[in-house]
Design a protein around this ligand. Sequence first.
Ligand code: BGC
Length: 376
Amino acid sequence: MLHLSCMEKSFLWGAATSAHQVEGNNTHNDWWAWEQQTAGIKCSGRASDHYHRFKEDFALARSLGHNAHRLSLEWSRIEPERGQLYQPALAHYREVLEELKRQRLTSFVTLHHFTNPLWLAEAGGWERRESVELFANYVKMVVENLGDLVDFWVTINEPVVYALEAYWHKRWPPQKRSAPAVWQVVRHMAAAHRRAYQIIHRAWVGARVGLAKHLIAYSAKQTFKDYWFNHYFFTLVGEKQDFIGVNYYFADQDKLGGGPKSDIGWPIYPAGLTQVLLYMKRYKLPIYITENGLADVRDSQRADFIRDHLRAVEAAQAQGVDVRGYLHWSLLDSFEWDKGFEPRFGLIEVDRATMERRIRPSAYVYKAIIESAKSQ
Ligand code: BGC
């Protein structure tokens, strides 16, 4: 049994999802449009039908011992046309966030997780400076209508990954390759984060605002990559964050020998989590792990993965890193972007034909770890 001695009683335990990956029928965003038009790309369709089954899904999370949950709001549902607030979408998200409260799940609410309203994409997306103000308007709508229900705000998910995938590797819409575009997108997203930080804090004194940053463990000689990929965005954000959200999946190839891999070939390297947490120590802020997980359809590696990564969290805590929560990616099997539905990241399996949920054995191992940590 895993003995976790460093976790405080208040430690947050849970899992994460994002709107486009689980809700289904997000027909007003750029991903949806791109899926329909692009050969060889799966359509998200009903995704995991979480839009209709969120109550059941939160109840399952609660039954698995979770006390926190991360989800994202779909901007294109809230503002399907520029400047037009769609009340039924806000009413829906109010119900969702109220349900989290009812289930006693602390909420981490992401405002942007890779998708954009189609109208924004058509107007040039994040390459244009105007995106900062447009995002700020959306944040205002959310803050005014739902702010009372949010515990932790995650403004933007993985801005650097988004910029590289969409504007360099050409894997995500709008499939461009342009170094100036990458810089613009990153800088605009940082400005958007800073604006959002101000807006939220003005409305809610004591709000906790951060972002979810993908971090990679590098070998000691990769100082430039470490700076550019892991730290540059934080230099743009400055003091405007109340916590650090860490998404950790793997280390740089340079660091790795052979070692086990997930179903999609991502190397499994728990020690890298300790390393990236130590990278974050310099910011002197509380840290929440906002994503960590693997594609494992047979569920043969997930339990060990969770155990080993939590040991890695403890190793960082023992070295003075202030880690206060762990959110596994993901609660559910979901739409894995350009990779479609094949990679299975869920603690809970989703039957694609019936949408039936089945709890994977590793989810019970995670539950036992949570319970034993809480009882110490
Ligand atoms: C993203 C998730 C994605 C996960 C696994 C993360 O970088 O934030 O949306 O599902 O990786 O691919």
